[in-house]
Design a protein around this ligand. Sequence first.
Ligand SMILES: Cc1cc2nc3c(=O)[nH]c(=O)nc-3n(C[C@H](O)[C@H](O)[C@H](O)COP(=O)(O)OP(=O)(O)OC[C@H]3O[C@@H](n4cnc5c(N)ncnc54)[C@H](O)[C@@H]3O)c2cc1C
Length: 386
Amino acid sequence: MKKAYDIIIVGGGIVGCSIAFEMAKRGHSNILLIERGYLSGGATGRCGAGIRQQWGSVLNATLAVESTHIFENLEEYTGYKGNCGLNQAGYLLIACTEKEWDQFQKNLEVQHQLGVDSYPVDLEKDVYKYVPFINTDGIYGATFCQKDGHADPFHCTFAYAYGARQLGVDILTYTEVLSLKAEGGKIKGVSTTKGDFEAPMVINCANAWAPGLAAQVGDEIPVFPERHQALVTEPVAPMGPNGPMPMVMSFHRKFYVQQSPHGSFIMGIAETEPVSFNIRSSWQFLEECCGVICDTLPALRGLRVVRQWAGLYDMSPDRNPIIEFSKNAEGLITICGFSGHGFMVAPRTAILVAKHLCNEQDDLDIKRFSADRYRTGELLLEPSVV
Ligand SMILES: Cc1cc2nc3c(=O)[nH]c(=O)nc-3n(C[C@H](O)[C@H](O)[C@H](O)COP(=O)(O)OP(=O)(O)OC[C@H]3O[C@@H](n4cnc5c(N)ncnc54)[C@H](O)[C@@H]3O)c2cc1C
């Protein structure tokens, strides 16, 4: 195996794999991607894999809309022979207060500027056409977008990895990066459980573990780990109007729930969690999640839960990603802080990074994602996150 590369990518989740593919597509394939476990074994393989375009900030909406276009053709885009499982069954977002509903009106304006086909839904008559069994008590309003949905996070990651490999990228799994090597203010490579590898550029896509690696060269990335849990029920007959029930999501009640094409329901809630790398499942989550969701969707009461799991959100102070070019070790780039929505924006984020590294023009300004924003106060504010 080669010991010297142009680029080393740490982390085999959707972010690392998509960046490897986008760089290789632009002719830079002397890349080694290193993953501690198996591809998508981190947050990516544990996520709800929801893809929504109903965002409230132009930046997030742009990342999500343009990523959705890629998800719609990911197999063709990467040459992958598998099925990435995109299911555009729609998202019904519910507002539970007048203030939240006012915000939804502003969000719709942002979405419409970008061509998103999202719209308000009449709670008296129309909401049941989308989610037949919803209890509308305490719901102030709702919006819907048919092109929102979810995909298979494993196959999406494998698709990018497949495409990257076809273009010459080397992928080393079950190999941990133990330390970053830097000298004279420049990155030189990494030390791993399978020896040392050299490269003048290292892209750190290690999610919640990325700040720990970056700290080795003195970079302070203000991202912390937070456990988030999810569960899946037994499969049942489709509970949507024409098939599986669309995603129902509430920022106020802090939950999301969707029915997969297979019939099972996947759901989660945001709990108050301490900063920790703990990814054990808890009975408190099971109880709280089922209670909150069954209040809004009583028809799910009695469904049997077949599995529960947890993963880590990489939380940034403004709950938006950080793309940081190291000032201590030139050539080191740390990309993390996706704060629970990295799956759906990864395709466009990878293009943003690859275009910047290949000196291509981009409508998005990569500097907006720098951690400098926490010093200057120019935060990336997003009104609509769970
Ligand atoms: C329960 C849950 C639900 C979610 N739901 C959604 C959703 O519906 N929609 C959405 O868009 N996002 C969702 N997310 C967030 C989403 O999963 C992440 O933002 C996204 O997957 C981040 O991708 P990543 O590649 O940065 O991280 P990861 O997939 O975590 O990849 C990082 C990889 O780096 C590896 N690594 C770490 N340290 C090292 C090292 N030292 N050496 C080698 N490898 C290392 C890890 O093993 C890991 O595989 C959810 C997350 C969770 C936990």
